[in-house]
Design a protein around this ligand. Sequence first.
Ligand SMILES: *[C@@H]1O[C@H](CO)[C@@H](O)[C@H](O)[C@H]1NC(C)=O
Ligand SMILES: *[C@@H]1O[C@H](CO)[C@@H](O)[C@H](O)[C@H]1NC(C)=O
Ligand SMILES: *[C@@H]1O[C@H](CO)[C@@H](O)[C@H](O)[C@H]1NC(C)=O
Ligand SMILES: *[C@@H]1O[C@H](CO)[C@@H](O)[C@H](O)[C@H]1NC(C)=O
Length: 411
Amino acid sequence: MHRSLVLYFFLLICLEVIKGKPLQQDRCCLKDSAKTPVALSPRKPKNMAFIIGAQKSGTTFLFDELVKRHPHIKSREIKEPGRINDEKEAHYFNMLPLPNAERYIQAFENAANTQNTTLTFIDGTPDYMHTPSAACRIAGAFPEAKLIVLLRDPVARALSHWNMFRVFGGKKGFEEEVGDELAMMRKKGCSFELPPTLAGSISSSPSADAVELANEVQWKRDKRIPSYNACFRCTFGRCGTLKRSEEGSVSCVLDEFPLLGYVRRGLYAYQLEWWMKFFSEDQFLILNQEQMEKDPEFVIKKAITFLGQDPNLLAPPEDLDASNLISGRGSSVVKGFHKKNASGWSLPMRDKNATQVYARAIEDLYRYFAHPNQELYALLKTLKVAANGWTGEFPKEPKNKSGTEDNDEDE
Ligand SMILES: *[C@@H]1O[C@H](CO)[C@@H](O)[C@H](O)[C@H]1NC(C)=O
Ligand SMILES: *[C@@H]1O[C@H](CO)[C@@H](O)[C@H](O)[C@H]1NC(C)=O
Ligand SMILES: *[C@@H]1O[C@H](CO)[C@@H](O)[C@H](O)[C@H]1NC(C)=O
Ligand SMILES: *[C@@H]1O[C@H](CO)[C@@H](O)[C@H](O)[C@H]1NC(C)=O
C-alpha cells in the first residue's frame, strides 16, 4: 500500500477514536474495542479486581491464596471441570477477536452473586499487563477496578518463562531467544535503551506520542525512551497489532516482535506508565515477588486489605507439602501443570544447569534491565504510600547458586 494511504487509514482510525471518545486520553483502543460487551452489561461484577501480572511472578500463588482462603473473594467458576488456570486466567481483555462476553460474566455468576457488594471478584490473567489494549478495555468495563501487580526480577522472570516453554517442548536456547528478541527490538528502536543504540530510529510509530505521554505523567521518566504503547501499539494477545484494511475490516497483523516476549514483558516501568493513564494510582497495589516469597502471609493480608476485604476472615494456610509441588520429568510435569489446582505449585527447571550454560546471556540481561529497573524505582517513589506495596529492589546480578536448585518457578 502507498505510504500516504497508510497514513490516511491511520488517521481515519484516530478520528474514529476521537469521535467515539471511548475514554479520556485513549490513544490506543479503537472505539469498538474499549467498549467491550462486558462494559455494557448490567450483570458484570460490581467489585472487580485483577491480578494483571507479571507472568512467572507468583500470580497463581497469590490468586489461589486469596480465592481459597478468603470467603469474600471469588474467582470465576467454570462448570466443566477445568484446571485452576481457567478459573484464574480468563484471557478476555487481551484477545482479538473478543472472547464471548456472556461466558466471561457467567463464570463469575457461577461463583456468587456478582451484584453483591460484600464480595470481590477477581480475574488473574498475567498477560494483561504487557498488552496495551487490555488496559483501556478493562478501564472501559471496570473503571473502578483494583489492580494487583506482582513484579519479579525481570531476568529471573525471563529465565523462568523460557523454562516453562522448554518444559512444554520449546527447542530454542535461552540465549538465542533473548538475542533474537533484543535484535528485533533494537532494529525497531523499541529496545527501551538509552541512545546511542536508540539512534533516533523510532520510525514506524509516531514518536510525538511518546513525548506527549511523557509530558502528562507526574513521574519524571527518561524522555529519550519511547512509551510502551508507541512501540507495541494496540497489541493483542496471540496476535500482533490492530490494522484496518482498505475495505475497512479490522484484523490483527502479526508484527515481527516475538509473541512470547521474554524481554519485553520485563519492561515494567513503561507498562505501568501506560496503565496509569487509565487508572488512578490508588487503584494499584504493586508488590515485590521476593517479599511475597519471604513473607507470604504479610503480603496476602496486604492484598486483602487493598481489596477492601477483612484480613481477619482469612483462613489458615494449607500445608505447602510436597504434593503441592510439581516434580518429575517430561509429560508428567506437563500434565501436572495443567491439572494442578493447589497453591504453591511450580515447575522444576528442565535444564538443570541452565543458569551456568546461559551465564553470559543472563549477565547481559542484568545489564540491559539496569536502566528500566531504575526507571521503575523512580516511578514507584512518586506513588502515594497507599497505592504502593513496594519494598526493596531487584538483584543487580545473578544470584550465585549451584544450579541444582529448582522449584522456584512460580507462575
Ligand atoms: C452477599 O454475600 C455475603 C457473603 O457471602 C452474604 O452473607 C450475603 O447474604 C450476600 N448478600 C446478598 C444480598 O446476597
Ligand atoms: C482440585 O480441585 C478439585 C475440585 O475442586 C478437588 O476435588 C481436588 O482434590 C483438587 N486437587 C488438588 C490437588 O488440590
Ligand atoms: C551442564 O553444562 C555443561 C556446560 O557448562 C555441559 O557440558 C553439560 O553437559 C551440562 N550437563 C547437563 C546435565 O546438562
Ligand atoms: C559462587 O561463589 C563462590 C564463593 O562465594 C565462588 O567460589 C564461585 O566461583 C561463585 N560461582 C559463580 C558461578 O559465580
